[in-house]
Design a protein around this ligand. Structure first.
Ligand SMILES: [Zn+2]
Length: 316
């Protein structure tokens, strides 16, 4: 089955034999994809969603599979809430696996913090920006559930006789990114190491390590690739993201050489063909992250300061 034949429609799609993707157009802020892999009599879930109603809707749609093959494992590809805040709805016996620093990162930005930001007085720029991008979600009263197992090396999980590999490829998007590879279906769940149609977001970096992660994903020789956000793709989608990261890295290097701050670099950036992607304001945060790893003298800023810089960015 070719990746290009998978319609980008909200809901559960069987993308290979016993491999399902939950897709959430348009893939913007908080609209993340997830996955379900079925072996004989058991299943593995890739990621939960941003809030409990969304996760409940997805798990209900998945019941057509999980009623006969209950969830035994879940993998959180990283600690951003749109991939794990729904963990509380997983059956108690489900073993949750995630990469390094997962619980720390989750507790640093728990749902309660986002709930608080939605109602806080944050001024005329940041307040409306956050409400526009996150106001549709329900962050209040979400119990935080972390991971039981930390994946620090390539790990094979057995799912009803089927091998599913969890590969740590971070730090890149976050400090602890993992991807899920189903060798017998040549299907890859890339988490937020791939945004398709939207601008990738670099919370952590270094950018070079994310480029290396793209090479690792390409080396798997996947046929079908499910990004964290956007439509199902194939190796071309990995190459697109790799190209963007290479562009961003090169631009950061030349901007530093020209004596510009990251703010100045963001103010004059020519995104070229990436200007048509969604969420272009992430470029601001991406330049900050690139500068941080390239130039240790870059002054650290807080999460709120970073979001404010993104919210106030005027496309050159
Ligand atoms: Zn995401």
């Amino acid at each position: 089955m070719s990746a290009h034949r998978i319609a980008y429609r909200k809901g559960l799609h069987e993308i290979a034999e016993g491999v399902h993707a939950w897709l959430a157009p348009d893939g913007g802020w908080g609209l993340s994809n997830a996955g379900l892999i079925e072996g004989a009599g058991s299943t593995l879930l890739v990621d939960t969603l941003f809030d409990l109603p969304m996760t409940r809707e997805m798990l209900t749609a998945m019941a057509s599979v999980t009623d006969r093959s209950p969830l035994r494992h879940a993998v959180n590809t990283h600690a951003n809430g749109d991939h794990c805040y729904g963990n509380a709805l997983l059956p108690a016996g489900t073993v949750i696996h995630a990469g390094p620093h997962f619980d720390d990162d989750l507790h640093e930005v728990p749902p309660a913090l986002l709930a608080q930001l939605m109602t806080a007085e944050l001024g005329p720029v940041l307040g409306p920006y956050l409400r526009r991008n996150f106001g549709a979600y329900t962050f209040a009263d979400i119990p935080v559930r972390g991971a039981e197992e930390t994946v620090t090396a390539p790990t094979t999980l057995e799912v009803g006789g089927r091998a599913v590999e969890v590969l740590p490829l971070g730090p890149a998007h976050t400090r602890g990114d993992v991807v899920v590879w189903v060798p017998d279906a040549r299907t890859l769940f890339a988490g937020d190491l791939l945004f398709i149609g939207g601008t990738p977001m670099i919370w952590s970096g270094p950018v070079e390590n994310w480029i290396a992660a793209c090479d690792r994903m390409l080396a798997l020789d996947p046929v079908t690739v499910v990004p964290g956000h956007g439509p199902v793709t194939g190796p071309d989608g990995i190459r697109q993201v790799r190209d963007y990261l290479t562009f961003l890295h090169g631009y950061a290097v030349s901007s530093i050489a020209a004596g510009r701050t990251w703010q100045e670099a963001a103010a004059v950036v020519d995104l070229g063909r990436y200007a048509t992607w969604g969420e272009t304001e992430r470029t601001v945060a991406n330049l900050y992250a690139a500068y941080r790893s390239l130039d240790p003298a870059t002054e650290p800023i807080t999460l709120l300061e970073l979001l404010t810089a993104m919210a106030g960015w005027q496309r050159p």
